[in-house]
Ligand binder design. Structure first.
Ligand code: GLN
Length: 196
């Protein structure tokens, strides 16, 4: 589907790498800094960075209600690393799961590993973890797409996809491709609704 507009929350963190990956998949990325930037988006990425800083920046930009409206309309959201924390039950509550910050501990602050991820095909996905969270509690509606050391690190519930690693930092776009497929499906559903 042509011209899917995908916002990337650009308050802090590595939003530019997400925009590049999305562009590579044929989407039209847009940086989001204020509520007006959310208008007309088909989907939104909340990138990694520092969750406390991003949370405060959402407040001071007055973005929370636009984010909630986007979620309520069933438009997809991808939260990566700090973005996963922002989406969790203790923050914006977009996904029925709780992320544990810096869960891999001091010894394992940053590492790369090969992950088996549901929905990307048989080839393992190279995943970059940087002071990453893992999921320590998740509800029955949450699908676990990948785990690392026995802890979920990629999850999905309805229109929300979240991962603890940084899929934008490798040149393998398969994780973002899952998100783009969700976005295409959501836009088709919205189109059918409008036609009725
Ligand atoms: N450790 C960060 C946090 O707790 C997340 C790190 C990241 O996004 N790479 O917010």
């Amino acid at each position: 589907m042509a011209d899917l507009k995908v916002g990337v929350l650009a308050l802090q963190g590595d939003f530019e790498a997400h925009a590049r990956t999305l562009r590579g998949l044929g989407a039209e990325p847009r940086e989001v800094r204020k509520p007006e930037d959310m208008e007309g988006l088909d989907a939104l990425v909340i990138p990694g960075g520092e969750s406390t800083t991003i949370g405060k920046a959402i407040d001071s930009a007055g973005l929370e209600s636009a984010l909630r409206a986007h979620h309520q309309a069933g438009r997809p959201i991808l939260g990566t690393c700090a973005g996963m924390i922002i989406c969790d039950a203790e923050h914006l509550g977009f996904i029925d799961a709780t992320a544990k910050r810096n869960a891999f501990g001091r010894q394992l602050q940053s590492f790369e590993t090969e992950l088996e991820v549901e929905g990307v095909g048989d080839e393992p996905l190279r995943a970059v973890f940087i002071r990453a969270p893992w999921v320590e509690r998740w509800g029955s509606e949450v699908e676990v797409l990948a785990s690392c050391d026995g802890h979920p690190v990629a999850i999905r519930e309805a229109s929300v996809l979240a991962c603890a690693f940084h899929p934008e930092l490798t040149d393998d776009p398969r994780f973002h491709a899952i998100f783009m497929a969700m976005t295409t499906a959501a836009r088709e559903r919205a189109g059918e609704g409008a036609a009725r």
